[in-house]
Write a protein that binds this ligand. Structure first.
Ligand SMILES: NC(=O)c1ccc[n+]([C@@H]2O[C@H](COP(=O)([O-])OP(=O)(O)OC[C@H]3O[C@@H](n4cnc5c(N)ncnc54)[C@H](OP(=O)(O)O)[C@@H]3O)[C@@H](O)[C@H]2O)c1
Length: 321
């Protein structure tokens, strides 16, 4: 296979980031988009210059001119449609969080293995040079032994019909933006947390609008995580080491010129890391390489399992159903 033929499941808003990248990716060809509503599929295909509009996700999965699907459905629908896509022999790039429980991730892993397809969670930051540089510096002892990770992602959510307000569809701030700092903390700790305390404020719809968690990882590392819909847009990552501190103001959606600040021995040093002009570029290129060239996926299903375990611990500690 030299070109990956793509289908998209659902007419989600987030496809505005993905579709231009698929159109430009030399080893990708965007074939079709499916919607629950036939007219919406046609309209979206027209808007995004996608050759074919398909009525229903199952109809798209049944086509033999599609090798891979991008899956940006509401969070609680990730697992059933990833499993259906894998059973139809399609590789899947699924939006975050891959699963809303660890057991869902296990079922997706089983489906991916049984049907020999690549399934990976779409976390753009994991593909960016900034993240590799942060990991490289920490592994090289830039701040000594890591004991604290302080990280969060908030924005002021205002749309009243947002799927993020539906508990049944896997809504809430923790699943939506909390997945970024939680997965990052697991990446730096190279482990799922072993314990959590957490608290959350619920909105009128009953999903968490703000969630704050303290995580304990094996190896004497603690993390403080914030996810929120009520505070203005803000992201942060601070790593507290025995010999210094590392700060990353744009850890999850870095711009093309992202900054890492290292503070050590009273000296502060800012370094700029050059990243992608568009955040989905490297993620799509890496996914394509995993399918066509057999290179290991950047975000493995074990990574997603670890993230799902951490999210489950936090939800239980915060009393979220
Ligand atoms: N990586 C990122 O930067 C990023 C950014 C935003 C969102 N996301 C992720 O992408 C996913 C979608 O988010 P979004 O904000 O783009 O969602 P959205 O605009 O609300 O779209 C969700 C789509 O899912 C389909 N759908 C199927 N069943 C549905 C149901 N019961 N209710 C509502 N929609 C249903 C709909 O498509 P049809 O009706 O056409 O079938 C709808 O267009 C989420 O997992 C989110 O976490 C990622």
């Amino acid at each position: 296979m030299s070109t990956l033929r793509w289908g998209v499941l659902g007419t989600a808003r987030v496809i505005r980031h993905l579709v231009p990248v698929l159109h430009d990716q030399p080893r990708a060809r965007l074939v079709a988009i499916a919607s629950r509503d036939a007219a919406r599929a046609v309209e979206c295909a027209h808007t995004w210059q996608i050759p074919e509009a398909v009525h229903g996700y199952a109809a798209l999965l049944a086509r033999d001119d599609i090798d891979a699907v991008y899956l940006p459905l509401p969070n609680a629908l990730h697992a059933p449609w990833v499993i259906a896509a894998a059973a139809a022999g399609k590789h899947v790039l699924c939006e975050k969080p891959l699963g809303v429980t660890p057991e869902e991730v296990d079922r997706m892993q089983t489906a991916a293995m049984s049907h020999r397809v690549v399934v990976t969670e779409g976390l753009m930051y994991r593909h960016e040079p900034l993240t590799a540089e942060v990991c490289h510096r920490l592994a090289g002892g830039a701040v000594g032994r890591v004991h604290g990770i302080v990280s969060g992602f908030t924005y002021h959510r205002t749309r009243p019909d947002d799927v993020r307000l539906s508990a049944a569809l896997g809504g809430g701030a923790l699943f939506d933006v909390g997945v970024y700092p939680v997965s990052y903390a697991c990446l730096l700790a190279q482990h799922a947390p072993e314990a959590a305390t957490a608290t959350a404020m619920l909105g009128l719809e009953g999903v968490d609008d703000m969630c704050q968690a303290a995580l304990r990882f094996p190896g004497e590392t603690l993390a403080s995580i914030t996810a929120g819909f009520r505070a203005a847009t803000h992201t942060w990552l601070t790593v507290l080491g025995s010999e210094g501190t590392l700060e990353v103001p744009e850890p999850f959606k870095p711009g093309p010129q992202a900054v890492i600040t290292t503070i050590r021995d009273g000296q502060k040093q800012d370094d700029v890391v050059t990243g992608s002009p568009r955040l989905f570029d490297r993620m799509v290129a890496d996914f394509t390489a995993a399918v066509i060239d057999g290179t290991p996926p950047v975000v493995t299903l074990d990574d997603s399992r670890r993230t799902a375990e951490a999210l489950a611990l936090i939800r239980t500690a915060a009393g979220l159903r």
